[in-house]
Ligand binder design. Sequence first.
Ligand code: PHB
Length: 388
Amino acid sequence: MTPHTRRAALAAALALSASLAHAADDPIKVGFMLPYSGTYAALGTAIENGFKLYVDEQGGKLGGREVAYYKVDDESNPAKAPENASRLIKRDQVDVLVGTVHSGVAMALTKAAKDADTTLLVTNAGADAITGPMCGLGVFRTSFSNWQPAYAMGPVAAKKGHKTAVTITWKYAAGDEAVAGFREGFEKSGGKVVKDLSLPFPNVEFQPLLTEIAALKPDMVFTFFAGGGAVKFVQDYAAAGLNKSIPLYGSGFLTDGTLQAQGPSAQGLLTTLHYADGLDTPRDNAFRAAYGKAHPNMAPDVYAVQGYDAAQLLQVGLAAVNGDVSRKAAMRQAMRGAAIDSPRGRFTLSKAGNPVQDIYLRQVDGLQNKAIEVAARQLADPARGCRL
Ligand code: PHB
């Protein structure tokens, strides 16, 4: 080496170590792509609250590094999803993406995350494809697949003696897949779905469909609605008097985060979900106390839990690489193998990156979705079409 090249090499090494040191001091950039407006606005807020609660409990750090947040309101609008995802990926250059609620938006987000090789933590949207045909090593879900809670309701409803069911939902991936999951579980158990009713997302003109249900007189109705739309559907179902003649069942989103607004119209409803009130475990009690302290006017719900667990999962990954997010493969491998001590109960991730978890049967009692029993123990999504 000539003195000249030696000096150049030294300078380069110094510059590199300076930039590495700088990178380690920089905060981890977390991009929230969530709905902060529209029918799912409250869900987005709960997810963010849950995520931040866990980070705050770690002294504001994950993997030894501060966390900086970047936010986009995705409006639950799939048409705007590619542009919104690009804001976080290209403009803000986030290290990790966290989102979202709406299945259609989440599928576009997953595509964008995979194209950019940015790690994605899906904190609600159940689109079966995300941990099915679209699965990837950098794609994780801390919520559920649309199939999971709906499938679990099938045998429960059949065991109650119901032979015929009508389904009603919004016409998009979440509704279609929840209905398909319920049908699979119900018909396997001897029941028959006699009619599928739907309306476009996020419409709430339920009246003509309720009239049709009254005329069809099925033994029961199965539904997927969530957020603001779920509040109105449960109220309208009761106002039409149908709650007296045809029992209503659903994925638990129907009554999660909505009971305050639904009031008496929701009393007694049975739903299946991967979270419930009254679990009464030390882990859940601690989470609920901390959430209540941070947000005195908000009840802890499934969305808050999913956000909280996304932060827990990220912590596992970042701890494994000492906060060095550039070590993507090692970080992702640690995350895939994680066992999360969730307020919902312990869960692991399937090969496809979806929680393998208990699904609870719950009943509305006052302002609570009280746990009654475990409807399906450690239920894994079939991950149809995932080639990992
Ligand atoms: C979805 O679009 O996947 C979705 C939205 C709201 C929920 C559950 C699932 O509460």
